[in-house]
Design a protein around this ligand. Structure first.
Ligand code: IPM
Ligand code: MN
Length: 352
């Protein structure tokens, strides 16, 4: 029996999580994946009512679950980034979820904004370092609000942190039957301390002689992602660069409405979430696209060892998109609950 902590969070989080749990229930009836969920209230409503963001006790409880499913965090009534740092970063750092795994995969040609790109030409993973870099919170403001104001933000990379995420990327490329190529994305020409990434990449790569070592500076990587996306197999990069290039990657797949991520510490409790935010303007309107959150469930099933269930969900999404039963990944094109119905039906159809 798997136990899953569910954090619907803010904005559209609740609606997309609701549809995702319906899909999970359908899958479980087919594959026998056994689970129970425990729902947590953290997010803006809870914070405004109680003053509590994400207590230590919740973090401790998370460790007793097998996985965490997160909807979205963020609300205009609360200071920018406050809840995101407390909850999303709180879990990522608190549980040492050092891999942020983000698939970039095209399921139907019409979804891609690039001309003539076929689904088989866009299928790669970004492995984003998830516990270091610009996100560690070192720095601050001095003489705030004066003409002499100073803002400092340190990016921190450790040898251990760099090495473990790079090793994960090589292992992923090894498991995949694709180009067997890992592309390191950094900015070591302008940010010289990033040379730690360059050297670690090369050294760890010696353990994987069958994997090609490839490299692109982050600015050029953005260009290549648009120009020749088929080149990429596995990309490994730092926290901030990974954040940025995966929004670009999401657009190549058809929109933020499909992009999902796994925040992983292999072998331990891990967190799965859509990469989109809480989209407050769509809250409660039944217009948000639930596909990204359903895709997060797909990644969760895969992580928890239900490969059949994961394949069912992925095939269901692919079919719903190819047939245009879900016509678009943007908000407002199909009601959220109707998209959920389609995916539930497709899962059942896939199972025969
Ligand atoms: C993401 C998000 C978060 C990040 C925000 C909400 C803190 O953009 O998961 O990509 O920057 O990591
Ligand atoms: Mn982001």
């Amino acid at each position: 029996m798997h136990t899953i902590a569910v954090l619907p969070g803010d904005g559209i989080g609740e609606e997309v999580v609701r549809e995702s749990l319906r899909v999970l229930e359908t899958v479980s009836a087919i594959t026998g994946f056994s689970y129970r969920t425990e729902t947590y209230p953290y997010g803006a409503e809870h914070y405004l009512k109680t003053g509590e963001t994400f207590p230590d006790s919740a973090l401790r409880e998370m460790k007793d679950h097998n996985a965490i499913l997160l909807g979205a965090i963020g609300d205009p009534r609360v200071e920018t980034g406050y809840l995101e740092r407390a909850i999303i970063a709180g879990v990522r750092f608190g549980l040492d979820l050092y891999v942020n795994l983000r698939p970039i995969k095209l399921y139907a040609e019409h979804l891609c904004p690039l001309k003539g790109v076929q689904p088989e030409q866009l299928d790669f993973f970004v492995v984003r370092e998830n516990t270091e870099g610009a996100y560690v919170g070192l720095g601050g403001l001095m003489k705030k609000g004066t003409p002499d104001e100073v803002a400092v933000c340190d990016m921190v990379w450790t040898r251990k942190g760099t090495e473990r995420v790079i090793r994960y990327a090589y292992e992923l490329a090894q498991r995949r039957a694709r180009a067997k190529r890992v592309t390191l994305v950094d900015k070591a020409n302008a940010i010289r301390p990033m040379d730690l990434w360059t050297r670690t990449f090369e050294e760890v790569g010696r353990e994987f002689p069958e994997i090609e070592q490839d490299h692109a500076y982050v600015d050029a990587a953005c260009m290549w992602m648009v120009k020749t996306p088929a080149w990429f197999d596995v990309v490994v990069t730092s926290n901030l660069f990974g954040d940025i290039i995966t929004d670009l990657g999401a657009m190549l797949q058809g929109g933020l409405g499909i992009a999902a991520s796994g925040n992983l510490h292999p072998g331990r409790v891990s967190m799965f979430e859509p990469i989109h935010g809480s989209a407050p303007k769509y809250k409660g309107k039944n217009v948000a696209c639930p596909v990204a959150c359903v895709m997060a469930v797909q990644m969760m099933l895969d992580y928890l060892g239900d490969a059949d269930g994961a394949a069912l969900v992925e095939n269901a999404i692919a079919s719903a998109l190819r047939t245009k039963k879900i016509p678009s990944l943007h908000a407002g094109k199909i009601p959220t609950d109707r998209a959920g119905d389609v995916l539930v039906e497709e899962v059942k159809a896939q199972a025969g």
